[in-house]
Design a protein around this ligand. Structure first.
Ligand code: URA
Length: 246
């Protein structure tokens, strides 16, 4: 037997606290009856649990994978035109994994997959300010004042960007390789920000997201998070669950 809110949290529906709110608000049924009291125990093998009519299956275990996405793969689970997707590069997972955030078709680098919906939200929701670090090759060499503009915020067609850290790593054949750190994840954000300061992106790679780093994974390779990365991910999830319950 297991507490209903713990079952919902482990199934990736919500954090334990959020699950309590869902129960209190009458969204959860057990064997067809709405349950609003706290502390109800269920038998995950035999009881039918629904949240807003959706049947919740017991999640044996969460899975986590870090992939080095090569350019040319779509960051979607399925493509109607049968083009290669990042899912083609994963080992055969026991449960469905989803990419946390997306990278453009021509972008490479760190893509994280999990079946833990609460963790995915903690990593992507703008309020949690998780850092994403990119290595960006641009045309030409940005001036100090152009890079300063990035740190002050850039007006894009969907509004001002939050301040971004940036620093030139090296110069190759007259083009700069820059390290850019964002705490947002809008569509084509790095490319649009660079264009706004007058430099086209020639190559883009994500090298870190929150506690996760690409390390020396080769394009197309994957690995599981280390113990220490996993610990930090779970801490982040806990922190985000506390923030959402305030
Ligand atoms: N910014 C972009 O422009 N593209 C990506 O794929 C990721 C961040």
């Amino acid at each position: 037997m297991e507490r209903l809110n713990k079952f919902l949290a482990q199934a990736g529906v919500a954090s334990r606290r959020q699950a309590e709110s869902l129960i209190r608000a009458g969204h959860v049924k057990v064997n067809g009856a709405v349950i609003i009291e706290m502390g109800v125990q269920i038998d995950p093998q035999n009881d039918l649990v629904e949240v807003d009519g959706r049947v919740i299956k017991e999640q044996a275990q969460y899975e986590y994978i870090i992939l080095h996405k090569p350019p040319g793969y779509l960051s979607t689970v399925r493509d109607p035109f049968q083009r290669p997707t990042v899912i083609d590069l994963l080992p055969n997972p026991k449960s469905r994994l989803y990419p946390v955030g997306r990278l453009d078709l021509d972008t490479s680098g760190l893509l994280f997959f999990t079946n833990d919906g609460v963790l995915a939200l903690a990593l992507t929701h703008p309020r949690h300010l998780v850092e994403k670090v990119y290595q960006v090759k641009v045309s030409g060499i940005p001036t100090d004042s152009e890079l300063q503009a990035l740190s002050q915020g850039i007006l894009l067609d969907d509004g001002w960007t939050a301040p971004a850290k940036s620093a030139i790593d090296r110069i190759e054949n007259g083009n700069a390789i820059i390290r850019v750190t964002l705490r947002e994840g809008r569509k084509r954000q790095v490319k649009r920000m660079m264009l706004a300061i007058g430099h086209r992106v020639l190559a883009l790679q994500r090298i870190a997201m929150g506690p996760l780093t690409l390390g020396d994974l080769k394009p197309g390779e994957w690995r599981c998070p280390s113990e220490s990365e996993l610990k930090q991910l779970l801490k982040l999830k806990e922190k985000s669950a506390n923030l959402s319950s305030k």
